[in-house]
Ligand binder design. Structure first.
Ligand code: ZN
Length: 462
């Protein structure tokens, strides 16, 4: 157990699988801990034997050996046997249950297939180093990934071992890891965690063999880099419990709501210029290669879709912002298209989108925004949203169209619009909608007004 804490616990097994807890305190940790390696055999004598007070008992252990600098420890050599130890691991798909709960931690098993860039973070004027590693496991015959952040000592110790052995598919057991809400669900070390690299246990050997047999699949996963995005498979349960909007409070780390999305009455720009690598805002012009001040990477400035919506159910309304692919899917325009319209001082033609959204309900995963804006209203960020299948779907199919104001012609277009992917068909949709927009502008005075307002807004935003 590489990273010391002020109280370090061990579990000792003998050849008959009977167990006893070992514990080292304070200054003795630095001296004694390196002498005890996980999965090695030792002869230990002169340890103090104590009965563990019931409130400190874990894993059903009642006896404790206190290891001090006076304890005699001798390694018993010549054994590479697989240990008779069984851990119970949390499946990646079940991690969400343990999220952001200070009293809960998890043990996981995974093969490390890749790492992201190391970062230095300053928090409360203390610098910390952190690096994310990609864990993979096979669950329910599907490969599942999750990111694990290694902090400071874990990064310097076990992290270096992992980085040096990345090609050989190192398998790790992570013990007492925290489940965080990064990207929906992720893992992180904290003071009490322990990492075991390539432990000699059956499950780890099996996973390593599986990884070696599936080198091609793993190369594809690394290539696609989908693990850097929100993973609905980890966060989203078929029977996902939701919170009424009136009960959403900012102290919750993340929350699921079942809500309507609307932004018809919100006058706004639908994009911002971003660093293509980290998505954070930049003043660089479109397509210009620049070195990002925040992620330090060099790349082109790209427009990214972003806009505000109201999330509402029968109990209340909260304001939320939606970004990237999720935002483009709701908007039915790409960030590039939104930027083009903005630059030409044209309003995005969104009538269909607004009409369509009124008929839809979404399952939405939100998290509170930390920084407060001037209006003091708590804002939220949409991490994920997916349309809820209408519960009365069959009735709608056989009954009247939901909206009588939509003509048959428009409805066909609508459906076409919904069926088209966000690929090549996007520009076709835009053309048709732009045409419609031009017609509207010549007959409706209101559009001139809003167009005028838009240019004012543009001067302010741009
Ligand atoms: Zn960046």
């Amino acid at each position: 157990m590489g990273t010391p804490t002020k109280k370090q616990k061990f579990v000792f097994y003998d050849s008959e699988s009977s167990k006893v807890e070992g514990i080292i305190f304070n200054a003795d940790i630095a001296r004694m801990s390196p002498m005890l390696q996980v999965y090695k055999k030792y002869k230990i004598s002169n340890a103090d034997v104590r009965t563990i007070p019931p409130k400190f008992q874990t894993l059903g252990l009642t006896k404790q050996w206190v290891i001090t600098s006076k304890t005699v420890i001798e390694e018993v050599n010549g054994s590479e046997d697989i240990m008779p130890v069984k851990f119970s691991f949390t499946q990646f798909a079940d991690l969400a249950e343990y999220m952001d709960d200070r009293s809960k931690s998890v043990d996981v098993l995974g093969v490390v297939i890749s790492s992201l860039a190391k970062k230095t973070i300053t928090k409360n004027s203390k610098q910390s180093n952190v690096q994310k590693f990609v864990l993979l496991n096979e669950e329910c015959e599907m490969s599942q990934t999750v990111l694990l952040s290694l902090w400071d000592d874990f990064l310097n110790n076990e992290g270096q071992v992992l980085l040096n052995n990345m090609q050989s598919y190192p398998v790790i057991i992570g013990r007492r890891l925290k489940v965080t809400n990064y990207n929906g669900v992720a893992l992180s070390t904290w003071f009490d965690s322990a990492l075991l690299v390539d432990p000699p246990i059956q499950e780890a050997r099996q996973l390593k063999n599986w990884a070696m047999r599936n080198a091609k699949l793993i190369a594809e996963i690394i290539d696609a880099k989908s693990y850097i995005k929100y993973n609905p498979a980890l966060c989203f349960k078929p029977d996902q419990k939701t919170t009424l909007i009136c009960n959403v409070i900012p102290s919750q780390k993340t929350v699921w709501v079942k809500a309507k999305l609307s932004f018809e009455h919100i006058f706004q720009k639908y994009w911002y210029m971003s660093c293509a690598k980290c998505c954070r805002a930049t003043a660089a012009d479109y397509g210009i290669e620049f070195t990002c001040n925040l992620c330090k990477e060099k790349g082109p400035a790209m427009p990214r879709c972003r806009f505000d919506v109201d999330l509402s159910d029968d109990s209340g309304v909260i304001p939320a912002s939606i970004f990237g692919d999720l935002a483009e899917n709701i908007l039915t325009f790409t960030a590039l298209e939104a930027m083009d319209h903005f630059n030409q001082n044209l309003e995005l033609p969104l009538e269909f989108v607004h009409a369509r959204l009124k008929t839809k309900t979404f399952l939405v995963h939100v998290k509170p925004v930390q920084t407060q804006l001037a209006d003091a209203r708590q804002r939220y960020t949409i991490l994920y949203c997916s349309e809820v299948e209408p519960e009365f779907g069959h009735a709608q199919l056989t009954g009247e169209p939901e909206s009588v104001s939509v003509s048959a012609h428009q409805q066909t277009e609508n459906e076409h619009l919904l069926m088209t992917g966000d690929g090549g068909s996007g520009s076709k949709v835009r053309l048709r909608l732009s045409q419609k927009f031009d017609e509207a502008e010549t007959v409706d005075n209101n559009d001139f007004e809003s167009s005028d307002a838009n240019s004012k807004k543009k001067a302010k935003l741009g």
